[in-house]
Design a protein. Sequence first.
Length: 224
Amino acid sequence: MAIAEFFKYTVYGLTLQTNRSLPSLIPVSANKPVDVWVELNGESQQSSTDVENLSSGIKAISKADGTYFHLWFRGDGQLDFEIDAEGCHISATWVVLIIEEVIALLLGQVLGCALRLQGNLCLHACVLKMGEQAIAIVGESGAGKSTTAAALAKLGHAILSDDIAVLNECDQHWLAQPGYPRLRLWPKSIQALYGQEDNLARILSFSEKRFIDLKDNNSETTAW
């Protein structure tokens, strides 16, 4: 019988254990205690652009072993996540979607929900390191949070997280937890700051928004 393979990563101050490789995250040692278990069950298949118009939502469901939160994207039954009430177990099933899109949603709305269930303060924001302090750039969707963070990164300020700011209270201070070394930008922002976006991975198949790898050793215009 084959032995199941697992992977461990650190993100937002948590240790994740997953049954699939998540290349965008920072790996940690195998003996690190686990905070969140993630199970991804589905086969990658290219979806059509029609999924943009399908519903997404969240609801609480009761099972024999407790309460779970059901999050669905691109239509109920197409991509579904379940999170237990403590935010410690996440499972995903999907029908027609590529694994990269599943991971993008996992590391965004889904993990944000799990973090809140664990009692963490989460903001929809980008965080940068300036000197010995951290600043959070907060705004509505489309306000330019990530673009502002990218512009400041070109001036030498390290990016700590994009999209989600996880803050932990410590004595009389707040500590900002690092996320993962990727930035989500629209083509116009990429063209203004980095050049062409053609060789950059899309976040979702129906969206023009792309990932910027902040660990790219060949780039002098990003910082992590």
